[in-house]
Design a protein around this ligand. Structure first.
Ligand code: MG
Length: 406
């Protein structure tokens, strides 16, 4: 059976008016919380978190029960702030070591942490920090942007990135601790770790210093160093340890399922959206291409036709294409009634031309052809009586115009 002995102390310090830290320790759970928020709200947040976690963990002393207890504490702090607007913005760190039982009945220590309160392990005169600080500066150290030495004096070392009571979602570090008989674990708020060096912690907290004396000396030393914040210490020493259960090291997010749909559902819906978007773009492309080709085909040609007795130039297909009707682009001053009869028949059937220039040129030619035939001398008329049938048109044209003149 894994067992520990324990001692704890908390102190307001020399500067603060009130103690916003809270702690609790018993045979299976040690916990320290450091509250924040005006109008005594920090005190309420930390004590509420400690009370809820302690009660809920003892109902289910497993790893799952432990982080469910922390999740419940987060909800409780949020609910209290919502019910008491003057406590808006209150929150608390929480760090705890619990003796959790796995499915095989093996009991072993598990650490949970949110914020910058700390858990240290003391073994053979050496000190090792087991918890990660959730502060901006320490996150930057883990990202490689700062060295630990730079973080120790960085202005954002006190700005927390995780805290209970700020949001419905909170990420909780859950880590198995490998312990052996004689090991001590030191839990503390930053009022201790900011005032004392690692060497002082080892000197004051290590065996053979009795646990009760150790916590008193740690608090006294922090006050001697300035006591600028509330100081809380819990020290446990393992008397007996059995084989460790399957180790756990993970960060659990308390995001409620209603707020975060299953990953597979999200992936399916995003894939569906992409497919619809691509199909839509392809369809728009096909329609736009078809419209462009129809427009080009409809207006790629010109033709000559009669309009109120004069030759006019039109652009488009004579009968139109789909919703693109032909339209008149030019009126000429060439009377269509003066054209040679064959040309008049051609004009009635419309005369296609590839461009506006060629259409105009052909209209001018038709008009000129009529003038030429009209000015042919009468002798020519006589001689043309014997020309082959192909030129008969010209003769008749002359006759026609002559009659018109008369
Ligand atoms: Mg503090």
């Amino acid at each position: 059976m894994t067992r520990w002995r324990f001692a704890a102390a908390t102190d307001t310090g020399l500067v603060r008016d009130a103690n916003e830290d809270a702690l609790s320790v018993d045979l299976t759970l040690a916990i320290v919380a450091d509250g924040m928020g005006g109008h005594a709200a920090g005190e309420i947040a930390s004590s509420l978190a400690v009370e809820v976690i302690t009660r809920r963990f003892h109902e289910d002393e497993t790893v799952e029960g432990l982080y469910a207890a922390v999740e419940a504490a987060n909800v409780a702090v949020l609910a209290d702030a919502a019910a008491n607007p003057e406590r808006f913005g209150m929150g608390t760190t929480v760090t705890a070591i619990a003796l959790t039982e796995d499915v095989a009945g093996i009991v072993s220590p598990t650490l949970i942490n949110v914020g910058d309160s700390r858990v240290y392990q003391l073994r053979d005169g050496a000190l090792r920090q087991l918890s990660d600080d959730h502060s901006v500066a320490e996150e930057w150290v883990r990202m490689g942007r700062l060295t630990p030495e730079e973080a120790a004096v960085h202005p954002r070392r006190h700005q927390l990135t995780r805290v209970l009571g700020m949001d419905e979602t909170v990420e909780i570090d859950v880590v198995s601790v490998v312990a052996q008989p004689g090991d001590r674990l030191l839990l503390c708020s930053d009022g201790l770790s900011n005032e004392l060096s690692p060497e002082q912690l080892v000197q004051l907290a290590s065996p053979p210093m009795p646990l009760e004396d150790a916590v008193d000396k740690l608090v006294a030393a922090a006050k001697e160093s300035g006591g600028r914040d509330n100081i809380s210490v819990v020290l446990v020493e393992f008397d007996d340890v059995v084989a460790t259960a399957t180790p756990v090291k993970r960060t659990v997010s308390t995001a409620p399922p209603a707020l975060a749909p299953p990953r597979s559902a999200r992936r399916r819906s995003s894939r569906f959206t992409w497919r619809v978007a691509i199909a839509g773009l392809v369809l728009i492309g096909v329609v736009a291409g078809f419209v462009a080709i129809m427009h080009w085909y409809a207006y790629s040609t010109y033709y000559l036709a009669d309009d109120a007795g004069f030759i006019a130039v039109y652009q488009g297909q004579p009968n139109g294409v789909l919703w693109y009707p032909p339209h008149k682009v030019l009126d000429t001053t060439f009377p269509s009634r003066n054209l040679r009869p064959a040309d008049q028949r051609l004009l009635a059937a419309t005369i296609s031309e590839p461009s506006l220039a060629s259409a105009l040129s052909y209209a001018a030619y038709l008009n000129r052809a009529w003038h030429l035939t009209r000015t042919v001398p009468s002798a020519t008329t006589t001689t043309t009586t014997s020309v082959p049938p192909t030129t008969t048109t010209t003769v008749r044209a002359v006759t026609t115009t002559t009659k018109a003149k008369g």
